[in-house]
Design a protein around this ligand. Structure first.
Ligand code: ATP
Ligand code: SF4
Ligand code: MG
Length: 341
């Protein structure tokens, strides 16, 4: 088997907060290979962004990785100096974050921002880097690239600025792209174009994709694999097709129920009531138990491990039989999630 582009094992992250020490990430593992497309979904605060930031070494000052291993292209990041680690990460991984538009330099021409990486990091000549920037602007669908090269970010629409951010992420020819809600600020037409672009890159360049989103319809469209995150852990991992058709965790089931019907045939939405777990307090049982329709005594006594089930991995004591406990007023699963056939 080939070496994964990225391999993460049992990652733990703690954050100092005003409420105490927050165990934000509690044992995340994942592998991604060339051309893979992996979605990470979960409610706000579940740990999606902190997971990506921990891998990239971009955690806020009050946060730290307390244990776990991260290998990039087979290299253990812990064995590298800070400088070598940064160089490897920026060579292999392009990033499009939630606030990508804000991350653009307002006083630098957009073309120069795109050309900077090949010029400074890859050591390309100014002319070659300029040509590469034009090529990337065309690739991400910025019309009249040559003319727009000299514009400043504020002279572009939000959709075009997001494309510039993606062009910058691609400018070092990364093998893997991390996208953290890259399309939430965009209108639906631009969002569809950006998603199409990412899918094309995957096919043409075999670029791996890790895509964080709240939107299950987007995961359904562009990802093959899904990790459902709750309280700092993956609670279900598997193929999108299997997971959407036969979820093996009550939280995944509830998320699918609470998502708008992908065909917009139903106006009624199920909402997951109750608060998410407070990770400044010790976790004694399943963190989802207070909100779970299938919880039993066992669930409040021990936290389930992520184990193989018929069609995915699930961290639920009742993964194989929770559907028997679905309240009768829940909708039938058949209308949710377009399964990949
Ligand atoms: N700088 C910080 N200081 C204190 N706590 C933080 C900080 N950044 C994140 N957290 C906490 O860490 C946990 C995980 O946050 P994270 O940003 O990863 O959530 P998320 O899943 O990305 O949510 P969202 O969908 O809203 O982006 C949350 O409880 C959050 O409040
Ligand atoms: S372990 Fe229990 S509480 Fe947790 S998701 Fe499964 S059934 Fe619900
Ligand atoms: Mg986030």
């Amino acid at each position: 088997m080939s070496t994964p582009l990225l391999s993460v094992r049992d990652l733990h992250v703690e954050i100092d907060t005003s409420r105490g020490l927050l165990k934000a990430i509690r044992g995340v593992s994942l592998d991604i290979n060339a051309g893979d497309s992996l979605g990470i979904v979960g409610e706000s605060g579940s740990g999606k962004s902190i997971t990506l930031k921990a891998i990239l070494g971009l955690l806020p000052k009050n946060a730290r990785v307390t244990s776990g291993e991260i290998h990039v292209d087979g290299v253990d990041l812990a064995t590298l100096s800070e400088k070598a680690r940064r160089a490897l990460l920026s060579e292999k991984i392009g990033i499009v974050f939630q606030d990508a538009i804000a991350a653009l330099n307002p006083v630098m021409r957009i073309g120069v921002q795109i050309a900077e990486v090949p010029h400074r990091r890859l050591g390309w000549s100014k002319e070659k880097s300029h040509a590469r920037a034009i090529e990337l602007m065309e690739l991400v669908g910025i019309p009249e690239a040559e003319k727009r090269f000299s514009l400043y970010p504020h002279q572009l629409s939000g959709g075009l600025r997001q494309r510039v951010a993606i062009a910058i992420a691609l400018s070092g020819n990364p093998q893997l792209i991390f996208c953290d809600e890259p399309t939430t600020a965009l209108d639906v037409t631009i969002q569809a174009q950006v998603l199409r672009l990412l899918m094309e890159l995957r096919v043409k360049e075999r670029t791996g994709l890790v895509f964080v989103t709240h939107d299950l319809a987007v995961v359904n469209e562009i990802c093959d694999e899904i990790n459902v995150m709750y309280a700092g852990r993956f609670v279900e991992s598997g193929s999108v097709a299997n997971t959407f058709q036969r979820p093996s965790h009550p939280y995944t089931y509830s998320l699918l129920k609470s998502a708008p019907d992908v065909d917009h045939q139903s106006e009624r939405l199920f909402s997951i009531s109750g608060e998410t777990a407070d990770l400044t307090k010790p976790v004694t049982g399943c963190p989802f138990a207070p909100r779970c329709f299938a919880a039993t005594q066992l669930c409040s006594e021990s936290e389930p491990a992520l184990l193989a089930q018929a069609s995915s991995f699930s961290a639920c004591h009742h993964a194989s039989n929770f559907t028997e406990k679905i309240p009768t007023d829940h909708f039938s699963l058949g209308t949710q999630g377009k399964a990949h056939s």
